[in-house]
Design a protein around this ligand. Structure first.
Ligand code: SAH
Ligand code: SF4
Ligand code: F3S
Length: 443
């Protein structure tokens, strides 16, 4: 049996893509291994979002090349494949700099991998596929199967927003929505193979406008009809494109979890404008209020960028102030990273590294304090948790509350991949300790 080793960087969409590549190779008889030494195919799925993410690629290729060299000495054939967003942005550079790489494919071309591998011959030239094809890769990929009770499903890809700092519109291409029919058939496949929760993915998931439903809210209503599916989530949402129907779905649909990831990036209207974000801080607050009106317990999370070009102390204080106003359950925050080819990278008033660091530390301290409060507020409550992983400690299982908080529990292993009622006993800033509630009620 041939083996493939896959290492994934970047966002949930990349994790989903890696699973689909694994499916495509499974049809060719490859099984996935966690041990690169025994793999005929070594695949890196890359991310270009910040400089640090992209830089990792070349050191990773170096490491895989050592394995390839040892395997070649033993007479074992080995291919190194690089996929993902760095390939879309810098594919030629990768092939030029890293001679060990055999095949490089962009995010819209990976459905062609089995064919490229089958016909690959280094003597005829290494392969770069990084255009935006007219066909959709989804029409060519084999059916997928869930590998855990919580599964990802990409419903929308690409971005037309062109925030001035971001590479995604260039690496993923323009917005594309899959049809409701295609999505529902994949969701049924996932549920039949063991998924209890589905996370709908999109670079701007609420900009979904595929055939067969009026908006994301309507699509969620249709997906909620699937028997055996217990939880629905979606990410990432773009603030100004939230429809009333989506807000209302949080009131009407029990399976839709009370959590929304709604990145604001900055609390300063001046900076939001320079970022080319299509909303003001006031409009963002209003959207949060609409969600809270129908679902008062909804947990809100966000992404933040500090040190965007021209960000003054006052602008940064506005970000701190909006964080205090919203009260986040959890968040991701980053130092602005200038990316080649984006307008913001050419802006004159770049912020120094020292100032970025200082602002990031202050923001993260505030966000962590809020997260801790949110976790502590769970103590004493009994909540349904989907147990998806085994913990490091013997007999420990890990899962997520409806609010996307991590909960640990000592429980028999047959409860893995089940939704159980847990009584929360203790909280830290990043996790909850719990015990099984009197009867282990499977929801
Ligand atoms: N489409 C989503 C975000 C996708 S990228 C949205 O618009 O909200 C994920 C996150 O990476 C962004 O929300 C942003 O906070 C961060 N990010 C993107 N480009 C960045 C850059 N050049 N420097 C630092 N952070 C960046
Ligand atoms: Fe990037 Fe902006 Fe598109 Fe999000 S909306 S993917 S931040 S360009
Ligand atoms: Fe990275 Fe591409 Fe996702 S740049 S964040 S892997 S869309």
């Amino acid at each position: 049996m041939s083996k493939i080793f896959i290492k994934t960087f970047g966002c949930q969409m990349n994790i989903y893509d890696s699973a689909r590549m694994r499916d495509a190779f499974a049809v060719m008889g490859y099984t996935e291994t966690q041990n690169p030494d025994e793999a005929e195919i070594l695949l890196l799925n890359t991310c270009h979002i910040r400089e640090k993410a992209s830089e990792k690629l070349f050191s990773e290729i170096g490491r895989l090349n050592e394995i390839k060299t040892i395997r070649t000495e033993k007479g074992l054939s080995t291919l190194i494949i690089v996929a993902g967003c760095v390939v879309q942005a810098e594919g030629e550079e990768i092939l030029k700099r890293a001679h060990a790489v055999d095949i490089a494919v962009g995010p819209q071309n990976y459905h062609r991998l089995p064919e490229l591998v089958a016909h690959y011959n280094r003597k005829n030239g290494r392969v770069l596929e990084a255009h935006f094809p007219a066909e959709s890769k989804f029409d060519y990929l084999p059916q997928t199967k869930a590998t855990s009770a919580s599964a990802f499903l990409a419903i929308q890809e690409g971005c037309d927003n062109f925030c001035s700092y971001c590479v995604v519109p260039y690496t993923r291409g323009c917005e594309y929505s899959r049809s409701a029919k295609e999505i529902i058939s994949e969701a049924i496949e996932l549920v039949n193979s063991g998924a209890k929760e589905i996370m709908l993915l999109g670079q701007n998931v609420n900009c979904w406008h595929g055939e067969g439903a009026t908006d994301l809210g309507d699509l969620i209503r249709q997906i909620a009809q699937i028997d055996g599916l217990e939880r629905i989530r979606y990410t990432t949402s773009y603030p100004s494109k939230i429809t009333e129907n989506l807000v209302q779905a949080h009131a009407d649909i029990e399976k839709l979890m009370p959590y929304i990831h709604l990145p604001i990036q900055s609390g300063s209207n001046r900076i939001l404008k320079a970022m080319n974000r299509q909303y003001t801080a006031e409009e963002y607050i209003e959207i949060i209020q609409r969600f809270r009106k129908v679902r008062p317990d909804i947990a809100i999370s966000s992404d933040f960028i500090v040190g965007f070009p021209g960000e003054t102390d006052e602008d940064f204080e506005e970000t701190m102030s909006i964080v205090r106003q919203v009260g986040y359950g959890s968040s991701y925050s980053f130092k602005y990273s200038p990316r080649p080819g984006t307008p913001a990278a050419l802006m004159k008033n770049q912020v120094s590294e020292a100032v970025k660091t200082e602002r990031l530390l202050r923001l993260q301290a505030l966000l962590l304090e809020q997260q801790k409060k949110a976790y502590e507020s769970m103590v004493g409550k009994t909540v349904p948790v989907l147990l998806t992983e085994k913990g490091k400690k013997d007999g420990q299982l890990i899962g997520y509350t409806p609010y996307m908080q991590t909960a640990h529990v000592k429980a028999p292993s047959n409860l893995l991949n089940q939704i159980v009622s847990l009584k929360i006993t203790k909280a830290s800033a990043t996790s909850l300790s719990s015990e099984l509630a009197c009867a282990t009620i499977e929801k």
